[in-house]
Write a protein that binds this ligand. Structure first.
Ligand code: CA2
Length: 152
């Protein structure tokens, strides 16, 4: 079966609050803005995006599993689960789709506990500290991987 021209965009816990709090760290764009940025970037390459956000780890895992059916790759900002969740990492590894990990803030320049990512070694694309524009970068780089133009 040919690879579907669709990406799953996953935003983890608390990212529904984008644009309402901590603008100094996360900017003023909303979650809807982020989803539009990713959708527009994908559309420029002929891909569509299915966007999900949840504050519940199990819901995120179910969504990741369902991507096996109809997506060619996953763009994910796991939020705080980045630094805690083996089960999220295992779900991403299990579906065996190419993954782009994106963070709005520069996690390496923040608290020590944000420096480690359980997702990093199952992702082929990493985008950190570009603000919400980083979602477009992640989509573009992931599509390049999917379409065989480059390996990251
Ligand atoms: O920089 C990122 O994108 C993060 O993934 C955001 C997570 C944080 O735990 C990671 O270390 C880095 C936090 C998401 C919470 O988002 C909020 C947005 C607006 C207001 C409050 C929280």
């Amino acid at each position: 079966m040919p690879s579907p021209r669709r990406l799953l965009l996953v935003n983890g816990p608390n990212l529904n609050l984008l644009g309402t709090r901590e603008p100094d760290v996360y900017g003023t764009a909303t979650l809807a803005d982020v989803e539009q940025i990713a959708t527009d970037a994908a559309a420029r390459r002929g891909f569509e995006v299915r966007a999900v956000q949840s504050n519940h780890e199990g819901v995120l895992i179910d969504e990741i599993h369902s991507a096996r059916e109809d997506c060619a790759g996953i763009v994910i900002n796991p939020g705080g689960l980045t630094h805690t969740s083996v089960v999220l990492r295992d779900a991403l590894s299990a579906v065996a789709l190419p993954v782009a990990e994106v963070h709005i803030s520069d996690v390496k320049a923040r608290e020590e506990f944000r420096h480690h990512s359980y997702v990093a070694d199952v992702a082929v694309v990493h985008v950190v500290g570009e603000g919400v524009a980083g979602y477009a970068t992640a989509v573009e780089r992931l599509i390049r991987v999917i379409t065989g133009l480059t390996d990251n």
